[in-house]
Ligand binder design. Structure first.
Ligand code: PGA
Length: 255
């Protein structure tokens, strides 16, 4: 399986022109990569335009969310078919920033199933808001995973990408960086849940990424000393030099 790096632009940048500039910068870096896949997730309004500039076999495109109903009277919402018809192949689901607005595991589960039904790849985010001494966060992770994947059978499991994103390590408000030991331990736990649900063989097929303050200073340690399959990058995906550096580090650590 190729390593995967996802750029999550969140609600940035503020104009199409800026979006195109960032895209061009990232594209330049990505063209030099041979061993990793890159998925760019801009805001909805830039998807079509960016899609037109993407050549085959270079960057892939993802959305950051969609609405859990298939169509109809839902003012302001975006459906999975709308995204699909633009040619988007991936969608981030269950990000902690959408959960903060009230999204439940049940809704995330509906979206995972709708994504698979429409043959797109869900990037399912899971992550605890704090780490307690007693290890209660393991139950939080287990619940998030099992509820979001409820009813998703083994034949679909390889189509799901898991992004482990501890809330305490995400964004400007991050309390601290995750260490490679902490990450490794959590990835082993996530793999155990997946192995129990889908069988040990599934582990070679499900990509598990890490997201939360990934930058060019911690990327090497995190990729080398854990068993992750790539990164989900927020802030540093808006700065092409930074993002390209992270991609290059990952590419160079692959034997
Ligand atoms: P960050 O965001 O890299 O800015 O911490 C990651 C994410 O929330 O996806």
């Amino acid at each position: 399986m190729k390593k995967l790096i996802i750029a999550n632009w969140k609600m940035n940048p503020q104009s199409l022109r800026e979006a195109e500039d960032i895209f061009k910068g990232i594209k330049k870096g990505v063209l030099k990569l041979k061993k990793i896949d890159v998925v760019l997730c801009p805001p909805f309004v830039y998807l079509s335009k960016i899609k037109d500039s993407i050549k085959k076999n270079s960057i892939k495109l993802g959305a950051q969310n969609f609405f859990h109903e298939e169509k109809g009277s839902w003012t302001g919402e975006i459906s999975i078919k709308m995204i699909k018809n633009i040619g988007v192949g991936f969608v981030i689901l269950g990000h902690s920033e959408t959960k903060k607005l009230g999204e439940t595991n049940k809704k995330i589960n509906t979206k995972v199933k709708l994504t698979l039904k429409n043959k797109l790849t869900p990037i399912l985010c899971v992550g605890e808001d704090k780490r307690d001494e007693e290890g209660e966060y393991f139950s939080v992770l287990e619940e998030q995973l099992l509820e979001a994947l409820n009813g998703v059978g083994p034949s679909f499991s390889s189509k799901v990408i898991i992004a482990y994103e501890p809330i305490w390590a995400i964004g400007e408000a991050a309390k601290k960086m995750i260490s490679s030991e902490e990450l490794l331990q959590t990835i082993i736990f996530i793999k155990k849940i997946l192995a129990d649900k889908y069988g040990a063989k599934s582990l070679g097929k499900i990509r598990i990424l890490y997201g939360g303050s990934v930058n060019s200073l911690n990327a090497e340690d995190l990729i080398k000393n854990t068993s992750i399959d790539g990164f989900l990058v927020g802030r540093d995906s808006l700065i092409p030099e930074h993002f390209n550096k992270i991609c290059k580090i990952v590419e160079e650590t692959i034997l």
